[in-house]
Design a protein. Structure first.
Length: 262
C-alpha cells in the first residue's frame, strides 16, 4: 500500500535539489522583517517560486516566532486538475518534498470524514501543485514537528468550507494556510485593479465580493473569510504584486497576494 505522496512539481515550480531549495527559501524569508503578529490563518500564492515566492515569504516569515507553538497546519487549496464536489482529503501517511517527509494528521482527517462534503480522493492530490508548493516553506519555518491536514477544495460553497474549518479550528497550536493566486492573464493595469478589489474584499471579510476570475482559490478563500467573521479576526494585506512585478512583463500577468488573519 502506498503511504507517501511524492512531489509532482519539484524541479518545475521550485528546485528539486535540497541545497538549492534551502538557499532559495532563506533568500526569500531573509528579504524582510518577520513582524510581531501571530496569525491564526494565512492566504498565500502558489505559483512557481520565481514568480510568487517573494510574496508568499512575506506571510511565512510571520511564523518564525511561532515555531514552538504550531503543531498542526490545515492546508486548503483549489483543484487544478481533477473535478469533484466538496473537499478531498488524503489517505496517505506522509507528503514528501526535497526537504523530507511531512506527516499527515490522520486523526484530524478521520474526524472530518464524518462531514458529507469531505472524502478521501487521492487522485485530486497526486498532481496538485497548490498544496505542494507550500510545504517547503512550512518545513523551513516550522521544522518537522507539525502534522499536516491537506485538503484540496473542489466545487464547494463558502459555508461547506467554513464547516470543515470550524471542525478543525482548535487552539493556538492550529494554523490555517489558504493557497490561492489572484487574477489570471490580464494586462498589468487591469490585474492591479482587479487584485486591489480582491484585497479590499479580503480585508473586509466579504466573500460575496470575490468572483471566480479574481482568485483561483476563491472557494477556500471565501470559506476562510466566513470563519474569520465568526471568530472576529482581522485580515491584513502583507504584500500585493503580480508576475509583472516579480518576473517582468506587462501582458497576461498573474496576481499574487499574501494576507494574515489575526
Amino acid at each position: 500500500m502506498e503511504l507517501v505522496r511524492k512531489p509532482a512539481v519539484a524541479g518545475m515550480f521550485y528546485p528539486d535539489d535540497p541545497g538549492l531549495l534551502q538557499q532559495q527559501l532563506e533568500t526569500f524569508l531573509g528579504a524582510g522583517q518577520p513582524g510581531a503578529e501571530h496569525p491564526k490563518a494565512l492566504i498565500v500564492p502558489h505559483a512557481g517560486y520565481i514568480y510568487s515566492g517573494p510574496v508568499a515569504a512575506s506571510a511565512y516569515r510571520l511564523l518564525q516566532a511561532m515555531r514552538e507553538r504550531i503543531t498542526r497546519v490545515v492546508l486548503l487549496g483549489p483543484s487544478h486538475r481533477v473535478a469533484f464536489s466538496g473537499l478531498a482529503a488524503t489517505g496517505m501517511a506522509y507528503f514528501s518534498t526535497p526537504l523530507g517527509l511531512v506527516k499527515i494528521d490522520r486523526k484530524a482527517i478521520d474526524d472530518i470524514l464524518v462531514l458529507p462534503q469531505v472524502r478521501i480522493i487521492d487522485e485530486a492530490h497526486r498532481e496538485e501543485h497548490s498544496l505542494e508548493v507550500q510545504l517547503p516553506f512550512l518545513q523551513k519555518v516550522l521544522g518537522d514537528d507539525f502534522g499536516l491536514v491537506p485538503l484540496v477544495v473542489g466545487d464547494a460553497d463558502s459555508e461547506s468550507v467554513d464547516e470543515v474549518i470550524e471542525a478543525l479550528w482548535g487552539g493556538p497550536e492550529t494554523l490555517f494556510v489558504i493557497s490561492s493566486d489572484l487574477s489570471h492573464y490580464h494586462d498589468y493595469d487591469t490585474a492591479r485593479h482587479l487584485d486591489s478589489a480582491t484585497s479590499r474584499a479580503i480585508e473586509e471579510l466579504n466573500p460575496r465580493a470575490i468572483a471566480y476570475e479574481q482568485a483561483c482559490g476563491r472557494n477556500p478563500v471565501n470559506g476562510m473569510l466566513v470563519a474569520a467573521r465568526h471568530h472576529r479576526l482581522h485580515a491584513r494585506t502583507l504584500d500585493l504584486r503580480n508576475s509583472g512585478d516579480t518576473a517582468g512583463g506587462r501582458d497576461r500577468v498573474v496576481g499574487y497576494g499574501a494576507y494574515a488573519f489575526v
